[in-house]
Design a binder for this molecule. Structure first.
Ligand SMILES: [Zn+2]
Length: 451
């Protein structure tokens, strides 16, 4: 079903936003309750607690049932959402969690189990503030993105149409908002998508604030969904609702004067939405590696930007079977020199974990170790080039086990700790990488971009 505008838009109160006197408002979407309903079993497999209420499993009526409180001020004075200088100066990592528990379709790979699976793995591996003290900060409170934030990337007609469609979604339980089918919405999708984008924005604020006081600020990681990199300026696409990373890029420019933004997208699919949003923009470099021929079929090597933006889009389709060796070479020969030449003010990362060899949606051969390598090299790159300002955004990753272990190993990289990938990765399932084809693809990109 195509997205349509409906005359009976639900009020903001129906979206879970309760207006109170003055310039304050309160949003409730308690995150804590789901934590007690999900667990990792003895094999590290993610399982749903059998006592998890049925209405939450289906994702319906979520906002009335679940909530973390987010209090928003009128914006005057010190931002209450940014951790204090003392707290942030010790941190190596700051993350925010927006699991979108109401945005779910049964049996859909982009499910509400994904973020809880990661958080549970982090807890099991003692990678949370509870175990690490000031080394790791979880940003507990943040504002949802505003419609103006979203409209810096997306058409206002799309944003208002989606909000209006929530009425239909609440009547029907689930609707499909992308003509090609796989992108669904539930009654809470609009609000939860604002929360996801807001988490990314808040991490940009925190990392930028920290970078003013220390040379090695924490890396930000937005554990959010729905994902964003397929969402095009005119609408949703490919499980994605709002372009979280693109919205954060525009925000970094507008709110912090960080003119030059370098976006690395290592999801297995082409980040066509981000690509399109900045295709003619010389100040935002978009670099995507993806599996050749995978969804949505865009991101060919000759798609390099247009007009003033010609040369600031780089697409590298990798042959199926590419793995750790390919990606390490790509980083050293393409990503690092490109970023060094561009001289960014901040690096944002569309971190998709669906290139993992165990992921069901594609056929690259990345391992947990590949994601550790990418996280440590990107952190170093940001330290060398832009004062360490760097925020990761969760995109794909549909095998809950490889997704959560890979994110946990990325966390280890940010902390400067040794990888535990060898405990998870099984080299016996890997086959030989297509090294000749990889070399050709890399040479072609180097030639086109004069690297
Ligand atoms: Zn993907």
């Amino acid at each position: 079903m195509q997205l349509q505008a409906f005359p009976c838009s639900p009020s903001s109160a129906d979206q879970g936003i309760v207006h109170v006197p003055g310039n304050m408002f309160l949003v409730r979407h308690h995150l804590y309750k789901w934590k007690s309903h999900f667990r990792i079993d003895a094999d590290g497999k993610f399982v749903e607690d059998q006592f998890f209420p049925k209405n939450l499993r289906s994702g319906r009526r979520f906002l009335r049932s679940i909530g973390a409180s987010i209090t928003c001020s009128n914006g005057i004075g010190k931002d209450p959402y940014i951790p204090s200088n003392e707290k942030i100066s010790d941190a190596r990592l700051i993350y925010a969690v927006a699991p979108a528990m109401g945005h779910n379709q049964e049996s859909h790979p982009e499910s509400h189990f994904r973020v809880p699976a990661i958080v549970n793995a982090l807890e099991k591996m003692e990678m949370t503030p509870k175990f690490r003290g000031s080394e790791i900060i979880e940003l507990q409170s943040f504002k949802p993105a505003s419609v103006d934030d979203i409209a810096s990337v997306h058409a206002r007609a799309y944003v208002s149409g989606l909000e209006k469609a929530m009425d239909q979604a609440s009547q029907q339980g689930i609707i499909f908002i992308d003509g090609s089918g796989p992108t669904y919405a539930t009654a809470t999708t609009f609000h939860e998508s604002l929360v996801a984008a807001g988490a990314g924005i808040a991490l940009v604020d925190s990392v930028v604030a920290a970078s003013k006081n220390c040379l090695d600020p924490p890396v930000g990681f937005a554990l959010i969904r729905p994902p964003g990199h397929h969402a095009i300026p005119l609408g949703p696409m490919g499980f994605c609702v709002f372009g979280n990373v693109a919205i954060a890029a525009r925000y970094a420019q507008r709110a912090h004067g960080l003119k030059r933004v370098f976006i690395i997208d290592f999801d297995v699919h082409h980040g066509n939405g981000t690509n399109d949003a900045f295709y003619d923009d010389p100040d935002i470099f978009f670099l995507s590696t993806h599996q050749d021929g995978s969804y949505p079929g865009t991101g060919k090597v000759d798609e390099v930007g247009r007009g003033d933006g010609e040369g600031t889009t780089l697409n590298l389709p990798l042959p199926g079977g590419s793995g750790d060796i390919a990606m390490t070479t790509v980083f050293d020969e393409i990503i690092a020199p490109c970023a060094q030449r561009f001289k960014p003010d901040i690096i944002l990362v569309s971190a998709g974990y669906d290139g993992h060899v165990l992921d069901p949606l594609a056929s690259l051969q990345f391992t947990t170790g590949t994601y550790y390598m990418l996280a440590s090299k990107i952190k170093l790159l940001a330290k060398d080039l832009c004062g360490g300002r760097c925020v990761f955004f969760l995109e794909g990753g549909y095998n809950l086990k490889s997704l959560s272990y890979s994110v946990a190993d990325s966390f280890r990289a940010f902390l400067g700790e040794q990888s535990l990938a060898s405990e998870f990765d099984n080299p016996a399932i890997l086959y030989e990488e297509p090294s000749t084809k990889v070399k050709q693809a890399i040479q072609r990109v180097k030639h086109i971009h004069s690297l």
